[in-house]
Design a binder for this molecule. Structure first.
Ligand code: OGA
Ligand code: NI
Length: 371
């Protein structure tokens, strides 16, 4: 990998230089991800990671928006009885204004969360020989481990990921690397229970019957990813993850105690402070679409850090195989003459394709589906 001096590339668009393809293939062929680079002792961020779009982001950090508010924190305690109406209201406000909120007293035991991050750490920290068999960029696999090396337009990300997708909760767990099997299956079971609760609360927030979203069968499949963001020698030159929205319905995210996650709100990047015991809920593009813009999907990114590794686990909910071609559009019950449908109908599979095209250019894809 070639290196450079920090000043040399700041502000320059370096994504189209001649050796880029070769440098990316070299990185892929190591099957050791970004962690492999860091372990080899590099002091400079290699060119393929240089992100020209977001220089100086490290200087402008804040956890508050223009009106002094932070990402909402919602306490789910007693959600089944006396506090339900308030909680539903808080979820609606947070999803409208931010598209993201943290939840506490959500019922997922702290040990289960700790073990989940523990196995993400454990997987990535294994000797290379034990994880390289999982290295792949084939997202149709049940389990795959990779560095994010977008081939077009965007710089590579400063992170490694293990991804797993579950259709059938009883047999698929067998495909997991041994070190992840028990912690991840426990975690996923709890997160699925939490998703069921959240679906009810979100249905009510939309003014629908509690079981409305569940009956739509749009959040049945789950993909779980465990991100490992290695310490970065030059954190202001690259990103752990470039800005994006999630192309699914709902995301439940667990982050460790190192910050870096930011959400875009009112023209500003705002830190999502790590909070012990909390989980982060994010509205995905397709929930924005079916809610006809009542709920909004949140744009977010992850900064690189000098310290690390930063760990996180995201669980994405989308339609499962059975419904993969089923088209989803704005929910009929939400529409009226005054509030006509804003989007065309689309299936999860089609949306993902559409998203991939726009995402690789760094642009939002949902607006392209407006009627
Ligand atoms: C994602 C994501 C954020 C994080 O996986 O889509 O945005 O904190 N992750 O790792
Ligand atoms: Ni995301």
């Amino acid at each position: 990998m070639s290196s450079h001096t920090s000043q040399e590339y700041v502000g320059l668009d370096v994504l189209d230089y001649e050796d880029r393809g070769r440098e990316l293939s070299e990185l892929i062929s190591t099957k050791a991800g970004v962690k492999g680079l860091v372990d080899s002792g590099i002091h400079k961020v290699p060119r393929v990671f240089l992100s020209s779009a977001d220089v100086k982001h490290q200087l402008e950090r804040t956890s508050y928006d223009g009106t002094g508010n932070h990402v909402p924190i919602i306490n789910l305690k007693d959600y089944e009885d006396k506090r339900r109406r308030n909680i539903v209201h808080e979820i609606l406000q947070a999803s409208k204004k931010w598209g993201v909120f943290q939840i506490i007293n959500h019922g997922v035991p702290s040990l289960v969360m700790k073990n989940m991050l523990g196995c993400v750490y454990g997987f990535h920290e294994q000797p290379k020989e034990l994880k390289e068999g999982f290295y792949s960029h084939d997202s149709t696999r049940k389990v795959w481990y990779y560095a994010t090396v977008q081939p077009v337009r965007r710089a590579a990300f400063w992170k490694d990921t293990i991804a797993c997708q579950f259709e059938d909760m009883t047999t698929d767990f067998e495909a997991l690397p041994l070190i992840c099997r028990n912690p991840m299956s426990d975690y996923v079971k709890h997160i699925v229970e939490l998703k069921v609760k959240l679906c009810k609360l979100l249905s009510e927030a939309l003014g629908l019957e509690s079981n409305h979203l569940e009956l739509m069968e749009c959040m049945e499949a789950r993909k779980v990813v465990g991100h490992y963001y290695p310490p970065c020698p030059e954190p202001d030159l690259t990103l752990g993850s470039a800005h994006h929205t999630d192309p699914y319905f709902l995301t439940i995210l667990l982050q460790g105690d190192i910050d870096g996650l930011q959400v875009f709100n009112q023209d500003q990047w705002i830190d999502v402070q790590p909070m012990e015991g909390a989980l982060i809920v994010m509205i995905g593009d397709l929930l924005q679409l079916i809610s006809n813009d009542l709920l909004r999907s949140v744009e977010h990114r992850v900064l690189a850090n000098r310290i690390g590794p930063r760990l996180s686990a995201a669980c994405f909910f989308s339609t499962n195989g059975r419904n993969k071609d089923r088209k989803y559009g704005p929910i009929k019950e939400l529409l009226s003459e005054k509030n006509p449908a804003l989007y065309k109908e689309i299936s999860q599979v089609e949306y993902y394709k559409h998203y991939s095209v726009h995402e690789s250019c760094g642009s939002k894809s949902l607006p392209h589906l407006k009627l």
